[in-house]
Design a protein around this ligand. Structure first.
Ligand SMILES: Nc1ncnc2c1ncn2[C@@H]1O[C@H](COP(=O)(O)OP(=O)(O)OP(=O)(O)O)[C@@H](O)[C@H]1O
Ligand SMILES: [Mg+2]
Length: 302
């Protein structure tokens, strides 16, 4: 039966001994969407991807890809997906072209023409030994092997790592094309601008648990506002401890806050200060995300 989910996880949990990798992850990736998978270092992104690829077995819970259990149907699943791992390990003694041929033979498909097109597009010389490739060249090879068999689903773990800006742009263009062709993309990344541009939805993972799944647009709408105040004279830091606002920047008479709490109380407190002018600029997506990257708050830091 056709399902409209490319990936469904159920209470997916992976412990490395006593060390938590991920815990209780329930996530649904829609067919044809580009989902951004974000989270601070050590949050569990790579662990999640490795479970999808059946390189790691879950401690409990399960994951289904194309409706198939990842532990029982890994061969079938792998044939239909492309993967850029976070830590590329390649057969260094082969030439680029030999490595791709080898991978193509594992998968039973992977067109020579597609490889040639991609190699030209990313300006990669496949005639050289992988050992002699630079970091960025290895990343390009990882891209080629992920896309060469025209997979339905792409699992990408920080795929632009090591690429120069021009090649990053080329990669984004490729992803956009694949998305237009109906492919599903699961994109783990730390680069917010890349997520903002390419992804319809984002999932945020923190300390092994999903903390938010939402549309990028919704995130932008609900994103925090800033308050910019120009004071008539300089104001001491003590007077800038306001309820529902976190001090971001203090430069003479110019002060910027991140607004968090109840606006009534905040404005009442602001009214007691020598305000010359006040503005409420939108925070960037980056500023909105920062909250998810910070450790669990024990009273907002200034
Ligand atoms: N082989 C391992 N043995 C023990 N603990 C591990 C192992 N691999 C990962 N972990 C732990 O699991 C947690 C999640 O790690 P993971 O690599 O999935 O994070 P990540 O989100 O990919 O981080 P990054 O952004 O740094 O790539 C971390 O606490 C990490 O220390
Ligand atoms: Mg990782």
């Amino acid at each position: 039966m056709a399902t409209n989910y490319a990936i469904v996880t159920q209470d997916l949990t992976k412990f490395y001994g006593r060390q938590r990798g991920i815990e209780g992850v329930n996530l649904r990736v829609l067919e044809g969407e580009v989902l951004g998978f974000l989270g601070p270092n050590g949050a569990g992104k790579t662990t999640t991807l490795r479970v999808f690829l059946d390189l790691l077995r879950p401690t409990s819970g399960s994951a289904r890809i194309f409706g198939l259990d990842t532990q029982r149907h890994d061969v079938e699943i792998k044939r239909r997906l492309g993967n850029i791992p976070g830590d590329i390990a390649l057969y260094e003694s082969l030439k680029g072209s030999e490595l791709l041929d080898l991978l193509g033979s594992f998968r039973g498909r992977g067109g020579g023409r597609r490889i040639k097109e991609l190699a030209e597009r990313f300006d990669l010389d496949l005639g050289r030994q992988v050992r002699a490739y630079s970091r960025g060249m290895k990343q390009k090879l990882a891209i080629l092997q992920a896309f060469m068999h025209d997979p339905e689903l792409l699992l990408l773990d920080e795929p632009t790592l090591g690429l120069d800006p021009l090649m990053q742009r080329e990669f984004y263009a490729l992803l956009a094309e694949e998305h237009n062709r109906g492919k599903t993309v699961f994109l783990s990344s730390h680069i917010l601008s890349e997520v903002e541009r390419l992804c319809g939805r984002v999932a945020i993972i923190k300390e092994g648990r999903l903390v938010l799944v939402d549309e990028v647009e919704a995130l932008k709408r609900r994103k925090v506002r800033k308050m910019h105040i120009h004071f008539r004279r300089e104001v001491g830091k003590e007077d800038l401890r306001l309820p529902g606002a976190e001090l971001l920047r203090l430069e003479g008479q110019e002060v910027e806050f991140l607004m968090k709490g109840d606006i009534q109380t905040l404005l009442a407190a602001v009214a007691r200060l020598p305000v010359e002018d006040i503005a409420f600029p939108e925070a960037t997506l980056e500023e909105a995300f920062l909250e998810f990257y910070q450790p669990a708050p024990e009273g907002a830091a200034v």
